[in-house]
Design a protein around this ligand. Structure first.
Ligand code: GLV
Ligand code: MN
Ligand code: MN
Length: 412
């Protein structure tokens, strides 16, 4: 059989995604499967079972990253790696991350059922805590593996309830023995939904991102003075929530003010004591700034620091900004990006060169070895929401591109 004519099984890919969607599925058709929760554990158990069914060599490292290896003819050569993440946002979708894991699984299933041997080892991966929602920053699993974060620092990260990453990893039984340490990678392909509107708008099927925007995350704490909402005059208040509200507006105005290409978001907020008749004395909120231009991102953050300081002074509410993540923009390997474009065309799919606004484990793997991504359209450009959707036809098309990219790289 000519392997060029082989295609993945779109029906099986669909049912695999649908089965995973049962674990932590929401009534609104989305997913709520935060990293290292019981639902994450169940999804991992199912994933490991699937890896076993196609006889992959399974390794779980000390960050809970799960690898399934299909040895090549030359096991000493740097391997080809592919995957993404099974954790989700709260009220996120069925495809973010999951498509990349199930797409790679489908590619390996096809290789196995056709008894295909490759020159290099092909390995599938599920990275731990890509989303960074429960334990920040994002991409902790791939970040430790790539040497960007210290393992024990990652273990010490806490969720809003004070639970530690390391303890939760242990609790769900996924603190493996293998060191979370990079090894030589010949090529990494991460297949993902676009999570934006571009491909759908221009009617193209496959996106080949040339890289990923740089991202900066802050945790911000504002302190006020709690008091009775009735007797306390308006001019005798240090209202932490009002100060925070002004700061949130400054974040929203920042991209317009800086000019150039930038987005900025406050997505999470905790207000304390959170009672309708108490003036708030403690607010925590998050800031997410993204740009392709690393300097602009830095200058934007400096501008925010100044603005926050002025608001804090005027309202008598001390502010503390903690930088918890700063990742420069990523430029993928041009020859692998070309491989994605060329493979898409050879398979009869339209393609488009673009940039990823969303963060991906591919950013850290790119620091270890040549990396590229494959995007398929997001319906309505919606993602990180329950209605996140991609047509099954597009899911299948992207998985075919992944399959053939993997074969080419694995046979070099
Ligand atoms: C990852 O999901 C991101 O925040 O872009
Ligand atoms: Mn993702
Ligand atoms: Mn995501």
């Amino acid at each position: 059989m000519n392997f060029r004519d082989l295609r993945i099984n779109g029906q099986r890919l669909k049912s695999t995604i649908e089965e995973l969607a049962q674990i932590g599925g929401t009534p609104g058709g989305g997913m709520h499967r935060l990293a290292l929760t019981d639902a994450d554990q169940k999804a991992r158990d199912l994933f490991v079972r699937w890896l076993g069914e196609i006889h992959l060599e399974i390794t779980i490292d000390e960050m809970g990253n799960i690898f399934g290896r299909k040895p090549g003819e030359k096991v000493d050569l740097p391997m080809v790696l592919s995957g993404s993440h099974l954790d989700t946002q709260p009220f996120g979708g069925r495809f973010d991350g999951i498509l990349g894991v199930t797409g790679a699984l489908e590619a390996l299933r096809v290789m196995r059922e056709n008894r295909m041997e490759t020159r290099r080892t092909v390995t599938i991966v599920n990275w731990t805590d890509e989303e960074g929602t429960r334990f920040s920053p994002a991409m902790l699993g791939s970040g430790v593996w790539a040497g960007r974060f210290d393992r024990d620092w990652a273990y010490s990260r806490q969720d809003v309830q004070g639970k530690k990453f390391g303890e939760e990893l242990e609790r769900i039984g996924y603190r493996g023995r293998a060191p979370a340490r990079k090894w030589p990678v010949h090529a990494y392909f991460e297949y993902h939904i676009e999570q934006g509107p571009v491909l759908e708008r221009i009617g193209k099927r496959i996106g080949a991102p040339k890289g990923i925007l740089g991202i900066r995350w802050y945790d911000v704490w504002v302190e006020g003075k709690a008091n009775q909402a009735g007797p306390t005059p308006m001019d005798a208040r240090n209202d932490a929530l009002v100060a925070a509200a002004e700061m949130v507006l400054r974040v929203n105005e920042l991209p317009g003010k800086m000019g150039g290409n930038m987005v900025a978001t406050v997505g999470e907020i905790q207000n304390s004591p959170n009672s309708r008749n108490i003036i708030p004395d403690r607010v925590r909120f998050t800031v997410d700034i993204r740009s392709w231009d690393d300097n602009l991102k830095k200058e934007g953050a400096e501008e925010l620091e100044k603005e926050f300081a002025a608001i804090s002074k005027r309202r008598g509410c001390p502010v503390r900004m903690e930088l918890i993540w700063d990742i420069r923009h990523t430029v993928f390997d041009p020859s692998l990006v070309r491989r994605v474009e060329k493979t898409a065309r050879e398979l009869g799919y339209s393609d488009h060169s673009m940039v990823s606004g969303a963060g991906h484990d591919a950013a850290y793997v790119n620091e270890v070895g040549p990396t590229a991504m494959i995007f398929v359209p997001s319906i309505g450009g919606r993602s990180h929401v329950e209605v996140e959707n991609t047509s099954w036809e597009d899911c299948e098309a992207g998985a075919n591109v992944l399959f053939h990219c993997l074969l080419q790289s694995a046979n070099e």
